[in-house]
Design a protein around this ligand. Structure first.
Ligand code: NAP
Length: 310
C-alpha cells in the first residue's frame, strides 16, 4: 500500500514544493501518494510550513515524522500538540545561498565597495584595503549554515572564529562556546555574522553589553533571526559610531514595517529575508531521503531537539 504524504505547507508552498517532492519520491523508488488533504489517521508523513492551516497534530496518530520545509523551527517547536518527530530543513541549495549572501556582504564591507560605487568621493586616495587574512570574522552559530559560511570565508583567508552552544573541534577554525566564549569570539572581530536559531537563550545575543565588547568600527551582518539582536542597542551603537554598519536580512516583525527606523538609517542595509531560500529541487531530495530512512528504520536526518529548541 502506498504511503500517504500530506503537503501541509500552505497553498503556495504546496504548489511550489509538491511537484519536485513527487519527482524525488519517484526517483528514490518510494511508493507514495502526495496529497493536500487526507484523513489524519491515514497520514504517514507531513511536509510542513508553520503558516499552514494545520496547527493541531493530535489527530495524526499514525504520522511518523513532520518534515519542516524551513531551516528555522521557532514557530513550530513549541506546538504542544506536536508529539511526532520533527525534522528541520538542511538543504544543500539553501546552504549555498546562505554562503553566497554571507561572502557577498562580507566582501562589500571588507573591500569598502560602497565608497567606490555607491558614494564615490572622487579622491585619488591610494590606500588599499587590508587583505582578508588581516581581518577577523566572528561567526555566531556554527551549525549547518554557520560552518559552511565560515569555511567559505576561511578559503578566502579571513581569520574566522566560531561560537556555538557546545564545544567544537573543527580543523583550522578557532571555536569558542558557551556564554564565556562569546566575548572571545567578538573581541577584535571586524565582521560579526549571526547564524543562530531563535530560542529563549539566543534572544538578544547582541545587546548593549556584548556590542560593547566589539571593536570600534565593526560591522554586524544578521541573516539568522531578528530577535538575536536588541534593536535599540544596535541603533545606539550605530548612532554613536561604535559600529560602522549593520546588514540585516531578518527582523522581529516581517515584513519590516515601512516606518521602521532601520529602513532610513544611513548605516543599515536591509535585505528582505532573501539570504537563503529552501530550493525546491535539492530540498525535495532531502524530504525523500528522510521518508526513505523513516521506512527503513534508519535515524532521521536533522531531527529537532525540542528541549533545546532547535
Ligand atoms: P543549526 O545547524 O541548528 O545550527 C545552529 C548553531 O547555533 C549551532 O552551532 C548551535 O550550537 C548554535 N547555537 C544554538 N543555541 C546557541 C546558544 N545558546 N549559544 C551559542 N550557540 C548556539 O542551524 P542552521 O541550519 O545553521 O541555521 C541557523 C539559523 O539560520 C536558522 O535557525 C534560521 O533561523 C536561520 N536561517 C535564515 C535564513 C534566511 O534566509 N535569512 C535561511 C535559513 C536559515 P551547537 O553547534 O553547539 O548546537
Amino acid at each position: 500500500m502506498p504511503l500517504t504524504v500530506l503537503m501541509a505547507a500552505g497553498p503556495a508552498n504546496n504548489d511550489r514544493y509538491g511537484p519536485p517532492i513527487r519527482r524525488a519520491l519517484n526517483a528514490a523508488g518510494i511508493d507514495a501518494r502526495l496529497v493536500d488533504t487526507a484523513p489524519p489517521d491515514a497520514v504517514d508523513y507531513i511536509v510542513y510550513a508553520p503558516n499552514s492551516p494545520l496547527q493541531d497534530f493530535t489527530p495524526y496518530t499514525g504520522t511518523k515524522a513532520v518534515l519542516n520545509l524551513w531551516a528555522g523551527v521557532e514557530r513550530i517547536v513549541g506546538n504542544a500538540t506536536l508529539t511526532q518527530p520533527l525534522c528541520r530543513m538542511v538543504d544543500p541549495g539553501l546552504t549555498e545561498g546562505m554562503v553566497e549572501w554571507v561572502v557577498g556582504h562580507t566582501m562589500r564591507h571588507h573591500l569598502n565597495i560602497d565608497r567606490y560605487t555607491v558614494a564615490p568621493d572622487r579622491t585619488w586616495n591610494h590606500d588599499c584595503p587590508p587583505l582578508a587574512r588581516d581581518r577577523k570574522v566572528a561567526m555566531l552559530g556554527m551549525g549547518a549554515l554557520g560552518e559552511a559560511a565560515a569555511r567559505a570565508l576561511q578559503a578566502l583567508r579571513f581569520r574566522v572564529e566560531g561560537w556555538s552552544r557546545s564545544p567544537k573541534s573543527l580543523t583550522g577554525l578557532v571555536c569558542h562556546y558557551g556564554s564565556e566564549g562569546l566575548r572571545a569570539a567578538l573581541s577584535g572581530a571586524d565582521f560579526v555574522v549571526t547564524l543562530l536559531p531563535r530560542t529563549a537563550e539566543t534572544e538578544n545575543t547582541l545587546n548593549s553589553e556584548t556590542i560593547g565588547w566589539m571593536k570600534p568600527g565593526a560591522v554586524v551582518m544578521n541573516p539568522g533571526r531578528g530577535a538575536l539582536i536588541d534593536d535599540a542597542a544596535l541603533l545606539a551603537a550605530l548612532d554613536a559610531g561604535h559600529l560602522a554598519h549593520a546588514t540585516l536580512d531578518v527582523f522581529r516583525i516581517e515584513p519590516l514595517p515601512a516606518d521602521h527606523p532601520f529602513w532610513a538609517h544611513p548605516r543599515i542595509t536591509v535585505t528582505p529575508h532573501i539570504a537563503a531560500d529552501t530550493r525546491p529541487e535539492t530540498a525535495a531530495e532531502v524530504i525523500a531521503e528522510n521518508i526513505r530512512r523513516g521506512e527503513a528504520g534508519e535515524p532521521l536526518l536533522n531531527l529537532v531537539d525540542r528541549a533545546r529548541g532547535y
